[in-house]
Design a protein around this ligand. Structure first.
Ligand code: PAF
Length: 287
């Protein structure tokens, strides 16, 4: 496995594959890898000849009061896992390599950003202003550096992958986006790097998010309650179990707008805090 720390090292590492026409699969990550990430690498290995995994904690997608500085950085352990998973190239650039001059001028790492209208306004976008611009900008930059044929993203970040698909379509970026299912702990908790902030008892408590999602899905499938009633009851259930709910939204799975009663393809999106830890999850519903 090659570890490339600069864009030119990455180009050098990819050059033989490009020359021999091998397909390049790409899994962008922020590191602190868990089984969920490794399942994305496995998927990429199934569909591409060469797999590049980036490890880059992207400052521009964190808000001023968020966990950029404390975000877990576990590079050596990540590389071991990726090597066992037979990733071919790890691309782990510094912040200054990606955003030249960032360290000396934190507020303006670049004059250009990629913004996808509408899809980033609600849900996580409403409580994390600028987050999705940071994501779409870094993902475009990484796509330009890696130039993958295929990129794999996890469905846990449902809003993120919807926005990235739209960006790729709107900007004619020549990459196929593949989504991989959410991996869960035995108790149903969606795997996430942020679970590392939870104590053992909080991890048990956090399983209530998935239980509430499956409860909500059942209500919708059985047409027992209106969308509003499901949302309100779910917020109440989670609040009673110690969460501060950011949102629990029944949405149209394609547009991410508030679901209409005639919509057939739905997604229920949730973000809730356990103490200071913000957890997100979702479940799709077809009516
Ligand atoms: O999902 C993530 O880990 C990040 O948002 C991504 C796609 C690697 C961009 O920084």
């Amino acid at each position: 496995m090659i570890i490339a720390k600069t864009i030119s090292e990455l180009q050098q590492a990819l050059s033989p594959s490009r020359q021999t026409g091998k397909s390049i699969g790409f899994v962008p990550t922020m590191g602190n890898l868990h089984q969920g990430h490794l399942s994305l690498v496995e998927k990429a290995k199934e569909v591409a000849d060469v797999v590049v995994v980036s490890i880059f904690v992207n400052p521009t997608q964190f808000g001023p009061n968020e966990d950029f500085d404390s975000y877990p950085r576990t590079f050596d352990a990540d590389c071991e896992k990726l090597s066992s998973q037979q990733a071919d190239i790890v691309f782990a650039p510094s912040v200054d390599e990606v955003y030249p001059g960032y360290s000396s001028n934190k507020t303006k790492p670049s004059l250009t950003k990629v913004h996808v209208e509408q899809l980033g306004k609600q849900h996580c976008g409403a409580s994390r202003p600028g987050h999705f611009d940071g994501v779409t900008t870094i993902v475009s930059k990484l796509f330009n550096m890696v130039r993958p044929d295929i990129a794999v993203f996890g469905q846990k970040d449902f809003q993120q992958i919807t926005i990235i698909r739209r960006m790729v379509q709107d900007l004619n970026i020549p990459v196929t986006i593949i989504s991989a299912p959410i991996l869960r702990e035995e108790n149903g908790l969606a795997m996430s790097s942020r679970n590392g902030y939870l104590s053992t008892s909080e991890k048990e408590q956090a399983a209530a998010i998935y239980r509430t999602l499956t409860w909500a899905k059942k209500q919708l499938e059985e047409h027992k309650l209106s969308f509003d009633e499901v949302e309100q009851s779910a917020v109440k259930q989670l609040s009673e179990q110690g969460f501060r709910v950011d949102y629990f939204n029944v949405s149209n799975a394609d547009t991410l707008q508030v679901a209409e009663t005639t919509d057939k393809n739905l997604v229920i999106l949730v973000a809730a805090y356990l103490d200071k830890v913000r957890l997100i999850d979702n479940i799709q519903v077809t009516l």
